[in-house]
Every structure is written in C-alpha cells, then in structure tokens.
Ligand binder design. Structure first.
Ligand SMILES: Nc1ncnc2c1ncn2[C@@H]1O[C@H](COP(=O)(O)OP(=O)(O)O)[C@@H](O)[C@H]1O
Ligand SMILES: O=P(O)(O)O[C@H]1O[C@H](CO)[C@@H](O[C@H]2O[C@H](CO)[C@@H](O)[C@H](O)[C@H]2O)[C@H](O)[C@H]1O
Length: 476
C-alpha cells in the first residue's frame, strides 16, 4: 500500500466522481482511513477500508474494497484510483469490479469466518457456492451490487450507518415468515465496532457492510418496465379522427403498464400486512402527528435554503403539512418499506418482489428506523410514477419524446392512469384506501418530493429537474 497521506489525497479526489458518493453538494474538508483490513495478500491484494469523510462539520463513513496490483489490466482501468500521475510502484483501484478479488467475499461467507473487525455470516443451513465470478450490476443505485453468476446478488453498502441494517433485519423476518414477496437472504457481512463505538448506546451494534441474497434472474426492474411503457405512450400516434381526448388516453398505447401497477398495489398491501404481523402496529398520538408535520416543514425550509429551485413551491408544500397538522387524529404506525419506488420492485414470473428495506439512504439511521403509516410507502410509489412520466421530458440528455403532441399532457395522463391503478390494487388487497386519506397522501407525497430534491442535489445533480418539474405540476 502507498503511504496514507498519498492514498487519502487520491481518494479525496476520486470519491466525488462516484455515483454512490452522497456528498456532492459540498467540498471534502478532510478524509482519513477509519479501519483497514487486509483480506488477501499477494498480487493482486485486497484491503477492506472504511473511509471517514469530513464535510461541513459532519463525518460520513464509506466502504471501499481497495485492490492493489503491480500492473492494471485494461478491464480495470476505468476504476483506477489515483491514475497514472500518481508516482508509485503499485496501481490502486475499486476492487468491487475485480472478480479475482471479490471471490474472497464468497469464500469468507461460506466459511463464516472473521478477519480483523470483519465478520462473515451465512444464514442457518445456507451452503454458499464459492465457484462463481462476480459482475457489478449497472442499475441506478446508491450502493454497489455484484452478481455472482445468476445465483446471488451481493449488495455492498457504500455509506455506512451504525447498527444492524434494516434491509437485513426486515428481509430475515419476512423470509422466516415465508413471505413470497422478498428474496431469501443467504449471508451478510458486518463490522464489529471498536471499543469507543461499543460504548455509544443502542445504535452501537455491528455495522452491516453487505448482504448476499437470491438473485432473481428472471425479474425485470419496475423502473425499466415503467420507462418502456412511458416511451411507448409518448411514441403513440392517435388515429385520424380520434379527437383531442386521445392525448389523455394512456391505455391506447400497446405498452400500457396499468395492469402491472394494479398488481404492484396488491403486492404492496400484502407486504404491509406481513410487516405488521412480524413487527406489530402502534399508534402515534395526535400531538406527535403535529410534530411530524412540523418536521416535514422544517426539512422544506432547510432544503429551500440549499436548493433555491424548490422555493417557488414552498407555499403549496407548507399548506399540505399544515393540513396534516390540523387533522389532529392519532395515526397507526408500523414498519414499512421506507424508500418505496419503482427501482425497488422486480416483476418475476411469480409476481412482484420488493427489495431494499433499508429506508432512505440520505437520512440518519434513527429516522430510517422510525415507524410510519403504510400510506407513506404508497405516496413514495406515487412519486415514482411522477418521476417515470417526466423523466424523458425533464432530465437533460434524455431523448425528447416523439412524435410530438404536448409532452406534459402525455406525462400527466400516464402518471394519473398508473397512480389510480396502483391505489386501486392496494385498496382492493386490504390496504388503507388512498382515496379516503387525501390529506395524508398529499403530505407524504410532498415530504418525499422534498427528500428527492435534496437527494438529487447531493447524489445526481443532473436529475434535479425531474422532481422540480413534477412539483411544478402537482402544486399548480
Ligand atoms: N435479489 C435481486 N434479484 C435481482 N435483482 C436485484 C435483486 N436485488 C436488487 N436487484 C437489482 O438491483 C437494483 C438495485 O438494488 P437496491 O437494493 O435497490 O440497491 P440500492 O440500495 O443501492 O439502490 C434493483 O433496482 C434491482 O434491479
Ligand atoms: O434505491 P435507493 O435506496 O438507493 O434510493 C435512492 O436513490 C433512488 C434513485 O436511484 C431515489 O429514487 C428517485 O429516483 C428514482 C428513479 O431513479 C424514482 O423511481 C424514485 O421515485 C425517486 O425517488 C431515492 O429517492 C433515493 O432514496
């Protein structure tokens, strides 16, 4: 390994260019190496690092598998850290992209071994195959997931949080109850915290670093399916004589998504029921609902300060939060998905499967863990239909829709049709009827939109116009 000062300098330059880095809205003030564990010696060598990244008075922790080679093959050049300018006799790179090194993870998981502070666990009775090579997936994601053959998917969490990861806890609980809507978990990787952290209270348990689950290789991602449907609808040319209403009838295109949206609503209600059975339901008193609405508004104020493009919508958003506070009724709350959107669902031959129960990655662990009303997830998915509908017209660099017409009319028609179908499926399968809870749904939807504006500013600045354009229409 090169000297620590040289390494941290290179990392501070490399990190902001990574999709998974969540601090793109400000400079890195300092970067240090929290823990370093060698997992393989020789050439190539593998080191597990936790990077402590200091920004604006806050320290975030990121996980990196650091590969070290004397010579870098072409296939790894795109993940080099430091590059040719760094004067050193070894080459450094992100080893998540190197199947020669990631097979170490499978071997350790299969053995259930420990290495320094790292603990590798397999689920009871799981016999983990070690003969598979990995490939990183290309989906839009905040972490990094590796496919091992068409058997496993291993998610390596990038921004780490203290305590057991909710994704692991919820997946284990639902798989144990035989819930058909989640993939089975085969193993997980943890970091045993040092003595300082262990003394730090209830959140000071092991840090979840990775999760090995069944790879549902026949599954199609909900976002890709929805975007294909939106493209089809935008390309649809009404027949002569169809009249101006044709622009509003999103069912007319061949790639209609509404039947899938309805099934997804039903699967969502079933998972909410399973979560209530597994973790219970409690009631949030009316005063705390008022406090929740006040928190939503405070987040709005903070986000408007950081992202001025949100300010024109502030009045309408505040109105929705005030309506929630004025409702003055207690709210049943339970464990929910917490960051529900089309990228978190897979359509397999058996129906819809839900992924990634870790909550919103841009929020602190305590907030992710907070129980919520299930309609918060419904609102998340409704936002996702808005995103899918407006992605093609709002995100710079995407292909403008053909063959013309009024893009916003088309986007609105697609979103409205699929929102309604999803809500219908959810209510028919026993979930709370979104139509009967419009104040709640509107407040949750706007809360999510504020979160999205912050998430996009920090993670994917090029996407910011997507939530802002959708808000312009929802608040008009
Ligand atoms: N068990 C699985 N089987 C098949 N594909 C999966 C599985 N888990 C995740 N994926 C794919 O990986 C993508 C990202 O997974 P996700 O858990 O949402 O990661 P992140 O938290 O980093 O956003 C999903 O959108 C899905 O396409
Ligand atoms: O999937 P993650 O847990 O990483 O969630 C984060 O990233 C999502 C994007 O990858 C982000 O979702 C937003 O963009 C989606 C399209 O890419 C869209 O379907 C969602 O509706 C929208 O919120 C999510 O908010 C963030 O937490």
């Amino acid at each position: 390994m090169p000297s620590r000062p040289a390494l941290t300098r290179d990392l501070a330059e490399w990190l902001p260019r990574q999709r998974w880095f969540g601090g793109k809205d400000g400079p890195i003030d300092d970067l240090s190496i929290g823990t370093a564990t060698q997992l393989r010696s020789g050439d190539p060598a593998l080191h597990h690092l936790v990077l402590d990244v200091h920004q604006n008075g806050v320290t975030d922790h990121y996980q990196l598998l650091l590969g070290v080679r004397s010579d870098l093959p072409d296939r790894l050049r795109h993940v080099e850290i430091g590059g040719r300018t760094a004067r050193r006799d070894v080459r450094l790179y992100d080893a998540a992209h190197d199947p020669d090194l990631t097979r170490v993870l499978l071997a350790e998981l299969a053995a259930g071994s420990s290495s320094g502070p790292l603990r590798f666990h397999h689920a009871p009775g799981a016999a983990i195959r070690t003969d598979l090579a990995s490939l990183p997936i290309t989906a839009e994601q905040s972490n990094t997931s590796l496919l091992f053959g068409d058997v496993y998917i291993c998610k390596l969490f990038r921004r780490l949080s203290r305590g057991v990861n909710l994704d692991l806890e919820v997946n284990l609980a639902l798989s144990r109850r035989g819930c058909a809507h989640v993939p089975s978990v085969h193993g997980w990787i943890e970091l045993e915290p040092g003595p300082d952290a262990r003394a730090g209270g209830p959140d000071a348990g092991p840090v979840t670093l990775g999760l090995l689950s069944d790879y549902l290789h026949t599954g199609a991602n909900g976002w890709s399916l929805a975007i294909a449907s939106v493209r089809d609808w935008f390309a649809h040319t009404p027949r002569p004589g169809d009249g101006e209403w044709a622009e509003l009838d999103a069912s007319a295109a061949g790639g209609d998504f509404a039947a899938e949206a309805e099934r997804l609503g039903a699967a969502t209600a079933e998972v909410h029921r399973a979560l209530a059975d597994a973790f219970g339901v409690t009631v949030l008193p009316a005063a705390e609902v008022g406090a929740m609405a006040a928190r939503m508004n405070a987040e709005l104020t903070g986000t408007c300060r950081d992202v001025p493009g949100l300010a024109p919508h502030a009045k309408a958003l505040t109105g929705a939060f005030l309506d929630l506070a004025a409702r003055a009724e207690p709210l049943p709350v339970q464990r929910v998905h917490g960051d529900y959107h089309l990228g978190q669902v897979l359509r397999t031959e058996g129906g819809w499967t839900l992924l990634d129960f870790e909550g919103e990655p841009a929020r602190p662990p305590a907030e992710r863990r907070a129980l919520a009303h299930p309609l918060r997830d419904v609102a998340g998915m409704l936002r996702s239909f808005e995103y899918a509908a407006r992605f093609l017209i709002a995100k710079p660099g995407t292909k403008p829709p053909e063959p013309g017409g009024r893009p916003e009319t088309r986007a609105h028609a697609w979103a409205a049709r699929n929102r309604a179908a999803f809500c219908r499926g959810y209510a028919a399968a026993g979930g709370a009827d979104p139509a009967a809870h419009s104040v709640l749904i509107r407040a949750f939807e706007f809360e999510k939109a504020v979160y999205e504006v912050r998430y996009e500013a920090r993670n994917r600045p090029a996407w910011l116009p997507v939530p802002l354009t959708s808000l312009a229409h929802l608040t008009a």
